[in-house]
Write a protein that binds this ligand. Sequence first.
Ligand SMILES: O=C1O[C@H](COP(=O)(O)O)[C@@H](O)[C@H](O)[C@H]1O
Length: 228
Amino acid sequence: MNAIPVTLAGATTLTRVSERLAADLAAILRQAVGERGHASLAVPGGTTPREFLTALGRCDLPWPQITVMPTDERDVAPDDMRSNERMIRECLPLASDGYAPLRADGRPLEDAAMELGNRLAPLLPLDAVVVGMGADTHIASLFPGDPRLGRNERGALPPVVPSYPAGLEPRLSLAPSPLAAARWKALLISGDEKRSALTAALETKDPVAHPVCLLFESGASPRVYWAE
Ligand SMILES: O=C1O[C@H](COP(=O)(O)O)[C@@H](O)[C@H](O)[C@H]1O
């Protein structure tokens, strides 16, 4: 198995990796606020990031100057157990206007994606993005086999796109460009299964088959925070 450039040495539990990621990210956010007066951040949903988000929520940060959004959102109510917004709000002491939701709120997802993309445009490029990955190598809600992820196709995508993964609820997702073009990128994964999947994916360099490849294609590669 080829070595992935994992950022950490010695910190291997999800708790320690999460704390390290939170501390590194906090420094990036402070720097962004210092330089530009504001910071924009996208964070993942799912099960892995709760400890990281909790650790970030404990950091001494200028929250009124920070806008947080999810990398993707399931089309569920914001108080649903599967809502990424719900987890993010539970973990972070956000300012009242410090959260940029990716919610359709009953609208067709295509309409919502267009409107939310226009609203997010002034925040781009994002100062920081933390991305999770499924064992199938999906990132945000960009899933394997989606032809929109091809090199010639993705340039036409707006910043937010609808996504209809088989067997799961529909979603809204940040598109490849805002994820890949962030000023600072991190990939948070846990477990040998995902590490093996990441290693195999990077060997293919195929973002349609393995969306995680999108993060490694151009510009700086993400820092990989891997927990055993
Ligand atoms: O559905 C999602 O899955 C991925 C991975 O989640 P995990 O539960 O395996 O950690 C996540 O990054 C994404 O934001 C989420 O909506």
